[in-house]
Design a protein around this ligand. Structure first.
Ligand SMILES: Nc1ncnc2c1ncn2[C@@H]1O[C@H](COP(=O)(O)OP(=O)(O)O)[C@@H](O)[C@H]1O
Length: 455
């Protein structure tokens, strides 16, 4: 290994210790490649939303899962509910909401807190439908109190009936639906039926009642710890409120969920969400408008994130085909949420699976990179060139970037090729060059602002 770092590396044109300019046009940035491994389940990034809910999209999503028993269950459940509704209220009265806003997220993620605000942003005047509040049978109550989920048949039957109320004709927020894959399938089937009704009636005087549906999924993300904290916080607030009502004899008591008082039950609710609901919500991306919100932060901050996300998507009125072309790419907001966990996983795997190499890289950083970085502490940016052959292995470049990230620096690695004259033929005048590989690391960090003292 040669000791070929440039301790005097300066901006903007860094030089190697040989003094030769390293840059070339054939610059290959590895930083993004190496730093962006796929995310692991259950929080994987998948497809983004599509603009229009076409039958093909819905059918394709169902087709993928056709072998699945849950899908068959969903079809049976849906058909039963639909038939009952047709018999009860009649085919031409199956008038559902034009716009459905599916508000999802772990318990305590802020669905209740933010639904009023979302209604305002979307111009809805009807109150949100809180799906768990619709489930009031003694059996459903018992399941809810234990932190479990009520059966899909019951949920779908009650919810579809509720959606038919005239107050929801233009649109409504569904707080807590869908929560399972079966419910997602039932939603797809409902949208298919609504599209059929649209086609059936769109040249008739009843057309206004059967508009093409639009569906937005707004998913609030928080981690387990925050979910439990907020459930318990809600429990304490409601208990205090109810005590005041009893004491003062004025006001109305609010229903207190037993899971909001018990950390173990609150944790169980989060686990049920993670195991049953998270994937179901993720699958909505493939078909509907999908808004992923990092719901960590104060209520005002979360509101702001929701506003930005909803404004952003509604201002982008892309052609469906254009949107389809880009929707497979993950959103920056989603990547950020799990970047830290992914970094930890990668660093641990270097230590476990490539321990020797990892320690060699750390030694180089400590002994040769850090002195240069320290010298650039005011600028907050150092560029280091190396010809060390250890960096021929792309894994070592990833290690450098990740180690810097772990320590709070932002690292970028490039490979540069420099042509240097090696041989001059006196007879022919021909110059033969040698190509040198130079590894360049840019390291950024918060610089220190030092001002000159007053005169
Ligand atoms: N961004 C936030 N910061 C702090 N507390 C919050 C935030 N969002 C919600 N809460 C509180 O967390 C608790 C649960 O919120 P809630 O809206 O009822 O969640 P969900 O309806 O998703 O279960 C409530 O006490 C609420 O006031």
């Amino acid at each position: 290994m040669s000791s070929d770092l440039d301790p005097n590396s300066e901006l903007p044109t860094p030089a190697t210790d040989s003094g030769e300019p390293p840059a070339s046009d054939a610059e290959t940035s590895l930083s993004t490649v190496e730093n962006g491994g796929a995310m692991s389940d259950p929080f994987s990034f998948e497809l983004q939303a599509s603009q229009v809910v076409t039958d093909q999209a819905v059918a394709a999503a169902s087709e993928n899962a056709v072998e699945d028993l849950e899908v068959k269950d969903a079809q049976i459940i849906f058909n039963t509910v639909w038939e009952d509704l047709e018999n009860e209220i009649g085919h031409e009265n199956l008038r559902f909401s034009k716009e459905l806003i599916l508000l999802g997220g772990a318990p305590g993620s802020g669905k209740g807190t933010n639904s009023e605000f979302i209604s305002k942003v979307r111009g809805l005047t009807c109150p949100p439908i809180i799906v768990s509040d619709l489930l009031n049978t003694p059996e459903a109550q018992r399941i809810k109190e234990a932190g479990g989920m009520v059966g899909d048949t019951e949920v779908v039957g009650i919810l579809f009936r509720k959606l038919l109320q005239p107050a929801y004709r233009d649109g409504c927020i569904l707080d807590g639906f869908p929560r399972t894959r079966v419910q997602v399938e039932c939603l797809h089937l409902l949208i298919q039926k609504m599209n059929q009704l649209y086609r059936e009636y769109h040249t008739t005087p009843l057309a206004i009642n059967f508009r093409k549906p639009t569906v937005h999924a707004v998913v609030l993300f928080i981690d387990e710890r925050t979910s439990i904290e907020r459930q318990l916080l809600r429990g304490r607030k409601i208990a205090a409120h109810n005590e005041r009502v009893v004491l003062e004899g004025a006001g109305q008591e609010i229903e207190l969920r037993p899971t909001d008082l018990d950390p173990i039950a609150a944790k169980r609710r989060y686990r049920v969400f993670k195991e049953k609901t998270w994937d179901a919500l993720q699958s909505l991306k493939q078909i509907y408008h999908y808004h992923f919100i990092d719901a960590d932060g104060s209520i005002e901050e979360v509101e702001q994130k929701i506003r930005v996300e909803l404004d952003y998507q509604s201002s982008l009125e892309l052609d469906p085909e254009t949107y389809d072309a880009v929707r497979g790419l993950p959103l920056a907001t989603e990547l950020g949420v799990h970047a830290r966990q992914e970094l930890v996983r990668r660093l641990d795997s270097y230590q476990l699976e490539h321990g020797e190499l990892f320690h060699a890289v750390i030694d180089i950083i400590e002994e040769r990179f850090m002195p240069i970085i320290q010298r650039h502490a005011i600028a907050g940016l150092a560029v280091i060139n190396s010809e060390d052959t250890i960096f021929e292995d792309p894994l070592t470049l990833a290690m450098v970037i990740d180690v810097f990230a772990e320590r709070g620096f932002r690292g970028v690695a490039n490979i540069n090729f420099a042509e240097t004259p090696d041989h001059f033929d006196l007879k022919t005048g021909k110059i033969t060059c040698r190509t040198k590989k130079i590894f360049r690391f840019q390291v950024r960090f918060e610089g220190s602002e030092i001002r000159r003292g007053g005169r």
